[in-house]
Design a protein around this ligand. Structure first.
Ligand code: CA2
Length: 146
């Protein structure tokens, strides 16, 4: 079993730390990726991180995940969470398990954010813990893979 985990960040997550700190916190995406890498080292796995504002790029990375040697994926699909059948289909088409992570609690926000198109095809969802959502997702994914 590979010890590599792919972390995918969707549209607008490159803007973290610059606007809406009351919703998404003050950490930048680089800060969050750094904290995930530190935890990964502690837990004995390797992470690759990738952010894109383009749905197709995320789908291409999901399709290639197994061939690229990843045992599993953690994805924050950003706004695509609430719109993308294509992303859901990509996740359900691959073998490596996927966990959905959100900084904010999408279930406590606007009605349109309370639906996730990907929730039904992932092994679990972590929502509302800021950067720690990724950390909890990493622990959950590792324990699922063991
Ligand atoms: O809570 C999350 O992690 C979200 O996936 C973040 C998305 C949002 O569309 C989802 O409903 C929940 C937004 C990504 C970041 O958007 C920013 C907007 C302004 C400033 C910084 C980031």
């Amino acid at each position: 079993m590979s010890d590599r985990i792919l972390i995918l960040h969707g549209p607008n997550l490159n803007l973290l730390g610059q606007r809406e700190p009351e919703v998404y916190g003050r950490q930048t995406l680089a800060d969050i990726n750094g904290s995930i890498s530190l935890l990964a080292e502690e837990l004995g796995v390797k992470v690759d991180t990738y952010q894109s504002n383009h749905e197709g790029n995320l789908i291409d990375r999901i399709h290639a995940a197994k061939n690229d040697g990843f045992a599993g994926i953690i994805i924050n699909p950003g706004g695509l969470t609430h719109t993308s059948v294509a992303l859901r289909d990509a996740i359900s088409s691959i073998d490596p398990p996927v966990i959905e992570a959100h900084l904010s609690n999408i279930h406590a926000r606007e009605e349109f954010r309370q639906q996730s198109y990907v929730a039904g095809v992932v092994i679990g969802q972590v929502s509302g813990f800021g950067a720690m959502s990724y950390h909890l997702a990493l622990r959950g994914l590792i324990s699922h893979l063991l």
